[in-house]
Design a protein around this ligand. Structure first.
Ligand SMILES: Cc1cc2nc3c(=O)[nH]c(=O)nc-3n(C[C@H](O)[C@H](O)[C@H](O)COP(=O)(O)O)c2cc1C
Length: 212
């Protein structure tokens, strides 16, 4: 896919078809993501993929957790909205307004609770001891991963919700205690659910850019 088309086409999909991503496509996606830059080429990431049955097992355990009222307790700390910058808070408010204007607010809640019905779940970890720069590296890795996926026609969403119960992930995926589970990315193929057409707007370039 041509780059401008690719960067515009990637957006978060919140309802997936049942078909998992093939192992050969997963290998291509992860090897392309490995081309991401990192501090002194430290490549701090490890990648765990739950595919097909394993993803179903995790989604089922998550649904039970939600039904039992267990709060999300990810490895990275959660911060209250009020503790974000004013700009970030305004952007998050716009996100909610755009979503609600489409009348898909409730579908959002259901899709998150069901882990987007995703057939393929990728978990990205960093070994302890970890440092803040490795989080930056992992962000670069994540975007490369999602663009590589889209280039193969595979949709994605990075989501806190995918890593909200790290104890379940450690058990099912056999992730060692010395790995910090940072982020989860769902992969697969979008359904025609209207929720998947949601693409929140970005700030104007002049609002984020200073050139002197
Ligand atoms: C760190 C991070 C956490 C996210 N967590 C969630 C989530 O829990 N639920 C969700 O629906 N989307 C989640 N998203 C997706 C964002 O809402 C989405 O990337 C953003 O609104 C921009 O939209 P786009 O990805 O469609 O371009 C998350 C994205 C990031 C980068």
């Amino acid at each position: 896919m041509e780059f401008n088309e690719l960067i515009q086409a990637r957006h978060s999909v919140r309802d997936f078809q049942k078909q998992p991503v093939s192992e050969s496509d997963l290998r291509t996606i992860i090897s392309q993501a490995q081309m991401s830059p990192s501090w002194v080429n430290s490549q701090p990431w490890q990648v765990y993929v739950a595919n097909g049955e394993t993803a179903t097992k995790i989604r089922t355990a998550y649904a039970k957790g939600a039904a039992d009222g267990i709060k999300g307790h990810p490895d990275l700390p959660l911060t209250h909205r009020a503790d974000w910058s004013a700009t970030a808070q305004a952007n998050m408010a716009n996100f909610a307004a755009e979503r609600d204007a489409m009348g898909i607010g409730e579908t959002f809640v259901t899709s998150e609770a069901e882990v987007f019905q995703a057939p393929t779940l990728v978990f990205l970890t960093i070994a302890k001891p970890s440092n803040p720069w490795s989080l930056y590296d992992l962000g670069l890795f994540s975007q490369s991963l999602m663009l590589a996926a889209k280039n193969l026609g595979i949709d994605s969403i990075p989501a806190y919700n995918i890593v909200r119960y790290p104890d379940i992930l450690r058990e099912v995926m056999e992730i060692p205690a010395d790995q910090v589970i940072v982020m989860g990315i769902a992969l697969g193929y979008a359904t025609d659910n209207p929720i998947n057409t949601f693409q929140p707007q970005r700030q104007a370039v002049d609002e984020v850019l200073t050139i002197k």
